[in-house]
Design a protein around this ligand. Structure first.
Ligand SMILES: [Zn+2]
Length: 312
């Protein structure tokens, strides 16, 4: 539950980084005279905490600055689960990647991947969209949106050339990057992720604000690490699928805290991404889910309580 508000010396005073845990992505608050912009909003389970953290950030800078908009890098459940609560608390605009705006308007939970991953998200309305090549001003500087397919075909990353700051979402963390979801469905994703790493390298960021984990300055080291992980994944897609299944089951238990294995299998055995990942493992979805749970228990990430799986 600890969610320290940090303002690393790496970022100017017009930017406040809020580091969260794994269930909720990090937030970046960008201050301008007329109001603040928030990048990404965390998971729905932590929505009230997100509102409180953002309210605190707004109060500590120039009185009670209004939150004028939320801009999402992508619409995975851990990046937009606070959108509805923030819109209700602050009356702010909600800006989503243009490629995802139809799915939001229709609230298509399959296209938005919530059903496919067994995750949750409060429905929200988008008031605008942003596409690769678009720019916006926030925190007193100009940002450009770049396409960042690989982890999510519709994801964006935001780059500020003036300060050489990159908001990298799940395309680059200090130690790794998000699951390459298209590959689970038999679509290309590793090549796209490699191109995104090339793009990030070419941008030469001085500071990277990732979707998860701490802000970091050594982008070249992070890119080297990410490239070696990506090469290992591309060389062994089955291993990537195994690891994706474990990530998704651990994530589900971070959300639910405890769930009966049979209930989880009942819920997830028809979820698209689970079915696809199990297919790569040449297992039935039920067998693959039981295998992933066993592995997580063996690694101490989960524990068993009779028929129940419990987050550890
Ligand atoms: Zn993501």
């Amino acid at each position: 539950m600890t969610a320290p508000v940090t303002g690393p010396a790496l970022l100017p005073a017009s930017m406040r980084f809020i580091q969260r845990d794994w269930l909720s992505c990090n937030q970046l608050v960008l201050f301008d005279a007329e109001g603040a912009t928030l990048i990404d909003s965390g998971y729905v389970k932590n929505a009230a905490e997100t509102v409180a953290l953002v309210r605190a950030a707004l109060a500590t800078n120039a009185g009670a600055l209004p939150l004028t908009r939320v801009i999402n890098t992508h619409l995975h459940s851990d990046h937009c689960g606070g959108n509805a609560a923030l819109a209700s608390a602050f009356g702010c605009a909600i800006i989503v990647p243009e490629a995802s705006s139809r799915a939001v308007a229709d609230w298509d939970e399959e296209a938005l991947t919530y059903r496919a991953t067994g995750q949750r998200c409060d429905p929200f309305a988008a008031t605008g969209s942003i596409a690769p090549g678009d720019t916006f001003r926030a925190g007193g500087v100009e940002w450009m949106a770049h396409a960042a397919p690989g982890h999510d075909p519709e994801s964006l990353i935001f780059h500020c050339p003036e300060l050489a700051v990159l908001v990298s979402a799940d395309a680059l963390w200090e130690r790794g990057f998000g699951v390459i979801f298209p590959e689970l469905a038999g679509e290309s994703g590793f090549a796209e992720q490699g191109a995104v790493l090339d793009l990030i390298e070419s941008l030469q960021p001085r500071v990277v604000v990732p979707g998860h984990g701490p802000v970091f300055a050594d982008a070249p080291a992070a890119i080297r690490h990410a490239r070696s992980r990506l090469a290992a994944m591309a060389a062994d897609p089955v291993r990537h699928a195994r690891s994706a299944l474990k990530v998704l089951i651990k994530y589900r238990l971070l959300d639910l805290e405890r769930e009966r294995l049979d209930a989880m299998i009942g819920e997830l055995a028809t979820a698209r991404i689970m079915v696809d990942a199990a297919g790569l493992l040449e297992m039935t979805p039920a067998a693959a889910l039981a295998w992933a749970a066993d592995e997580l228990v063996a690694q101490g990430q989960l524990r068993r309580d009779g028929e129940w799986l419990v987050d550890a």
